[in-house]
Design a protein. Structure first.
Ligand SMILES: [Zn+2]
Length: 380
């Protein structure tokens, strides 16, 4: 699928003098990536870098194949027509893995613009622990072998709590506790590897490819992923909120119903127990018409109740739901919207956008590619 690259993620660390060249290079790349082909003079203007610096950086990018000269712009102004320079999305490929589905691991090869070129999957067959890590590694190796381009890196969206070094601290479904997944894949494949929580990765995908924040100008966006579990990724001013224990957005086990149905975490009435796909489908089995609507309305209301304090505290402008549209759209979305808006101040509720994602099942694959683009090239 062709995807429109979006805005840059805000750098969260200070630029040190020695890093200036790397930083300037990513400014130029980001401008070409999000704004399309432009002349060297345009680049100097938008980046506030000198023409000499721009000239050197563009030459370097052309040598590496990341930028190409695209001929001249028809001269609207007096003087020599300017040569346009553009980003080259096929300079390298990215391998992405989505480890969030229950029954399979999914993977893809993407170009640098986020176009999915090929996909593959392996059945999980209940594998956990090292066997699950080996299965993920095997899938990545298979995908690396399918491309004839240099592989810029491997991005992985994993369930569970993942630290900034790509260690999965805790993913009960996969039997991982302190699994150094980035290191395991890096040793097996000798490529840069980036691993992050699946809901956070989905938020990156919405930011870069799903138009989150673009129509509303919202700088605060919450992306809720509903699948086997329920999790959220939060972007504030273009930066991902990770939290003190890398568990920001883990709202699946907030209790929303008392008394409620027993949950895998040992308590009962958790949001996940109400909203996660297997539980919701089970509740809907054999129901139709008004009874089905009622269950979906209840689930939506519980979601709205759980989200309201988060939206209010952070003054978020947009909420994007990713998951099966047949469950999340319609009655559920409407009930969530009503419950949410009733609970927050009118100034927050009136402008709030609540919608379904348009990225569908590729959300985590695309977001995992953003991890690599951002980590290796400084673009997103
Ligand atoms: Zn729970």
């Amino acid at each position: 699928m062709p995807a429109t690259p979006g805005r840059a993620l805000r750098p969260t660390t200070k630029v040190m003098p020695g890093q200036a060249r790397v930083y300037n290079r990513s400014l130029v790349l980001q401008s070409l990536y999000s704004d399309g082909p432009q002349s060297r003079a345009d680049l100097a203007r938008v980046t506030s870098l000198t023409p000499v610096t721009i000239g050197a950086l563009v030459s370097e990018l052309i040598t590496e194949g990341l930028a190409v000269e695209l001929g001249t712009r028809s001269a609207a102004r007096v003087g020599k027509p300017a040569t346009l320079v553009g980003f080259e999305p096929s300079a390298a490929h990215i391998v992405s893995l989505d480890l969030s589905p229950d029954a399979v691991f999914r993977g893809a090869v993407l170009d640098l613009a986020g176009t999915v070129l090929t996909t593959a999957e392996v059945p999980r067959n209940g594998r956990i622990g090292q066997a699950a890590a080996d299965a993920a590694s095997g899938l990545a190796r298979d995908l690396v072998a399918r491309t004839d381009r240099p592989v810029l890196g491997i991005g992985v969206g994993s369930p569970g709590v993942v630290d900034s070094e790509g260690v999965v601290l805790n993913a009960p479904n996969l039997g991982w506790s302190g699994m150094p997944l980035a290191e395991v894949l890096n040793q097996a494949l000798d490529r840069p590897v980036y691993v992050a929580n699946d809901a956070n990765v989905a938020a990156l995908a919405e930011h870069s490819f799903g138009g989150a924040g673009s129509s509303s100008q919202a700088s605060g966006v919450l992306v809720l992923t509903v699948g086997l579990g329920v999790g959220a990724g939060i972007l504030l001013d273009g930066a991902l909120v990770r939290g003190d224990r890398f568990a920001a957005g883990e709202i699946g086990h907030l209790i929303v119903e008392e008394p409620g149905l027993p949950c895998a975490c040992g308590r009962s009435g958790c949001l996940e127990r109400v909203l996660a796909v297997p539980h919701l489908r089970e509740r809907l089995a054999d129901l139709s018409g008004p009874e089905r609507q009622e269950v979906l309305t209840q689930a939506g209301t519980s979601l709205g109740i759980a989200l309201a304090p988060v939206i209010s505290t952070l003054d978020l402008g947009e909420v994007v739901l990713t998951g099966p549209p047949d469950l999340l759209g319609g009655a559920l979305l409407e009930a969530a919207s009503t419950a949410l808006r009733r609970r927050v101040l009118p100034v927050v509720g009136t402008a709030l956008i609540l919608r379904l994602s348009t990225l569908h099942e590729n959300s985590i694959l695309l977001g995992s590619a953003v991890l690599v683009l951002s980590g290796e090239l400084g673009v997103s």
